[in-house]
Design a protein around this ligand. Structure first.
Ligand SMILES: Cc1cc2nc3c(=O)[nH]c(=O)nc-3n(C[C@H](O)[C@H](O)[C@H](O)COP(=O)(O)OP(=O)(O)OC[C@H]3O[C@@H](n4cnc5c(N)ncnc54)[C@H](O)[C@@H]3O)c2cc1C
Length: 452
């Protein structure tokens, strides 16, 4: 296994669980990508959120499916979660420690630190992520031809005790979660428009001349949104809807939402504030946000090139290279996007490698499940012939369309219900134990517990 990120740890854990001996080679601590900041395995490089846990969202469905199959990443996330409304957010240090602890206790994984610069012998899984080291990228080039890329940006983190608590108010949108999981910094229309103007005019880190800026639409830098129109940010990450300022009894014109990085609230993430503004400009411009005038920054926003393969063209149905089938790929390098999607891909790669090593058939997940939808993306089945392969999160567009008349209100429930039976049948054939308890029915999962 090359790479000990979200995909590599999940894949190694599952293979060890299936009785295989795995050598996990991770370049940390000797070497780190520009985005990785710790020496931990399974480092969350940007947000500490694994996104919505609502079982009627595509990502919530993926969470539920991964829990059923005993995912290392989901289990560790559940154990280390911090309050974040409907989202599954974690204390990133405790999360990484939980992943590594369980991986070490599995007994089947040998750890070898150090950058891999040539493709190792034997059956190998490359899970080196969007920031695969340049030397390994060069070693892969003859096998994968032109690699594709886009840009991804990281949001800044501010220290909790430097936030002006006389301005910030605690609330989750529409009171979800325990109703007070986020800190919100309200803005008047004048403050907001001045901020947008400053973001537009601020100095940015520019890509090299030979690099055309292509962004991932699900994670646009704030300056790109600001360029698209005055109110794009107030309809996006700065959306005030459902957030009543207790001092005015009204929704502000815009808000900056801060999500807890740790249970103690010592550090807070500026939700959706990924940016390529230069660091001095971030300090100046984010200092205009009411409540952040005296902010102490734990981490500034950053931007990085993000590399992936043209997986539908290069990979076989079991995620190995068509041209060299002993080499498998897992995680974001295959063109899935996001922590959970990468872990899910690591899980599927483990099943594929297990099938290869045991001479059994690899059974892909059914198309109607969230795992299956992601798999359809990587193999190209979800896309028309002329589709230009792009990374994506798991979204309903990757699922086969629902049959019959579909209303907006019942669409999500129908996707979720349709997946359950198919998932149960497929999971029953898994080579490892599956959680005996069936996934909660959608109705159960959404019904709040009775009042005490
Ligand atoms: C700037 C940026 C911001 C992001 N923000 C988010 C976000 O907010 N939310 C989200 O869900 N996703 C985000 N992502 C995507 C996120 O990185 C992935 O979803 C996830 O981490 C991918 O998992 P992975 O295992 O494929 O790669 P990674 O988690 O990156 O793991 C790859 C591992 O391989 C190691 N490695 C690399 N090269 C070598 C080598 N040659 N030899 C040995 N080891 C090597 C690395 O050190 C790393 O530990 C972001 C990505 C970037 C680049």
């Amino acid at each position: 296994m090359v790479g000990g990120g979200l995909a590599g740890t999940e894949c190694a854990f599952q293979l060890a669980r299936l009785g295989h001996r795995v050598v996990l080679r991770e370049q940390k601590p000797q070497k780190r990508s520009p985005a990785h900041q710790s020496n931990a395995l399974a480092e969350l490089v940007c947000s500490n959120s694994l996104r919505s846990d609502n079982p009627q969202s595509a990502i919530g469905m993926l969470h539920a499916e991964l829990r059923r199959v005993g995912s290392l990443i989901l289990r560790s996330a559940d154990e280390t979660k911090v309050p974040a409304g409907e989202a599954l957010a974690v204390d990133r240090e405790r999360f990484a420690a939980a992943v590594e602890g369980r991986l070490r206790r599995s007994g089947g994984v040998e750890f070898q630190a150090g950058e891999v610069t040539a493709i190792p012998e034997g059956v190998v899984v490359i899970a080196t992520g969007p920031l695969t080291s340049p030397a390994l990228t060069a070693a892969l080039a003859p096998l994968v031809g032109e690699k594709l890329y886009f840009y991804d940006a990281i949001a800044p983190i501010v220290s909790g005790d430097s936030i002006d608590q006389t301005i910030a108010f605690r609330a989750s949108r529409w009171g979800k979660g325990d109703g007070a999981d986020y800190l919100n910094l309200p803005m008047t229309k004048e403050e907001y428009l001045a901020f947008v103007q400053a973001v537009r005019a601020g100095a940015k880190v520019t890509p090299h001349d030979f690099e055309e800026p292509r962004y991932f639409e699900g994670c646009l830098p704030i300056e790109v949104m600001a360029e698209r129109g005055d109110e794009v940010l107030s309809h996006g990450p700065m959306k005030p809807v459902g957030l009543t300022d207790p001092r005015t009894g009204r929704w502000p014109h815009a808000v900056v939402q801060l999500r807890m990085e740790d249970r103690a609230g010592t550090a807070w993430n500026l939700v959706g504030f990924q940016t390529r503004l230069t660091w001095p400009e971030q300090k100046r411009i984010f200092g205009m946000i009411p409540g952040l005038q005296r902010a102490e920054w734990v981490r500034m926003g950053q931007i990085h090139r993000n590399t992936f393969l043209d997986a539908p063209r290069l990979l076989a149905r079991d995620l190995c290279l068509k041209s060299e089938p002993r080499i498998f790929f897992a995680g974001q390098i295959t063109g899935v996007e996001g922590y959970v999607e990468s872990a899910a891909c690591g899980y599927l790669a483990a099943l594929a490698v297990h099938a290869r090593l045991t001479g059994t058939a690899f059974l892909p997940p059914p198309a109607v499940t969230a795992l299956g939808a992601l798999y359809r993306h990587v193999t190209g089945e979800a896309h028309p012939d002329d589709y230009r392969y792009q990374p994506t999160n798991v979204v309903f567009a990757l699922f086969p369309p629902l049959e019959g008349r579909v209303t907006k209100s019942d669409k999500r429930e129908r996707y979720a219900c349709r997946a359950q039976g198919a998932f149960d049948a497929w999971a029953a054939s898994a080579p490892h134990p599956v959680s005996a308890a069936p996934a909660p029915s959608v109705a159960q999962a959404l019904t709040p517990p009775p009042a005490p």
